[in-house]
Design a protein around this ligand. Sequence first.
Ligand code: PLP
Length: 361
Amino acid sequence: MSLMRVDNFGAGPCALPLEVLEEVAEEFPEYRDTGMTVIEMSHRSADYDAIHTDAMDRARRVAAAPEDFDVLFIQGGATLQFSMIPLNLLDEDMTAGYVVAGAWGKKALADALPLGGYTAWSGESSDYTTMPEPGAVEIAEDTRYLHVTSNETIGGIRMVDLPRTEVPLVNDMSSDYLARPIDWPRHDVVYGGVQKNLAPAGMALVFIRRSAIPERPGLGTYLRYSTHADGDSLANTPPMFQIYLMGKVLAHLETRGGVEGLQTRSHDKSALVYNAIEESDGFYRSPVDPRVRSHTNVVWRLPTEELEKRFVNEATGAGMVGLKGHRSVGGIRASLYAATEIPAVERLVDFMDDFAARHRS
Ligand SMILES: *Cc1c(COP(=O)(O)O)cnc(C)c1O
């Protein structure tokens, strides 16, 4: 059977490495000589335990997370973390600052507001096209943590420099997870939904400083970080397929230079697209501050919405899918996650050049 795989520029879920998918296909319906697939095994079995431990060790190794951080696998994606973070980290007399540089920071804040969250910086007045200057973030008294979003997936901007503050950071890295090094001493929590760079949807990969995990007997069992840390993310039945697949994606990433390799590839892929935008004589237009352009989600506009529709339709016809901008901002968005390779981006850029030549008035 010949494969008809498209170039998938979707914002998430997204493409996963073909080598990994083929390996998984080989291990279905029987994983090694166990007589069953991974998703049918007992999560208490030795076979599954090896998969679980391997994924956890690899995540720590690839991210270069220090020993005093726990690695947690938690269901509910990044969105459940928006609740778990303030529920666990905030006492009644504490507050938490939020950098709201886009739609995701805004959602994170919404869940923290009733528990002490406040806006430490907002980019709303500039339509979320830029990030704060490092010294521009305003920290209130009794601030337990400052929440940042390393890459705003919808607006297409990345935080190049972390805010200047003594307060520990909590960082939602969903859309550039492991595509840039992490400054661990500055962080208490680094987290992200895994469905962009690392695995199928349905799980968050959370790194949390062990000393930052409080006892919260008042919270529901699953909502406590201590449940997951004490139980090695096996307190209940974990999302085994996600963990199994993430282990394989991480192994694949390790063979390709780990975080540094992915960082370089992300930079190079996005540079190709930004270059095509810049060299289009104004046919394509990037709405974001050039200093903070995302390396994983490139957004741009065309002269009219009509042409944007046409661009997306023609691209789809040519085997390039997922290019429609988020419904809240419109335009075009190309997401260039880990499994999207340079040749796919080159095809996109060729298409962009050709489309501009045909439609430039
Ligand atoms: C996709 C995304 C989320 C939401 O992740 P879910 O796993 O769907 O909850 C949160 N934050 C950022 C930055 C994202 O890109």
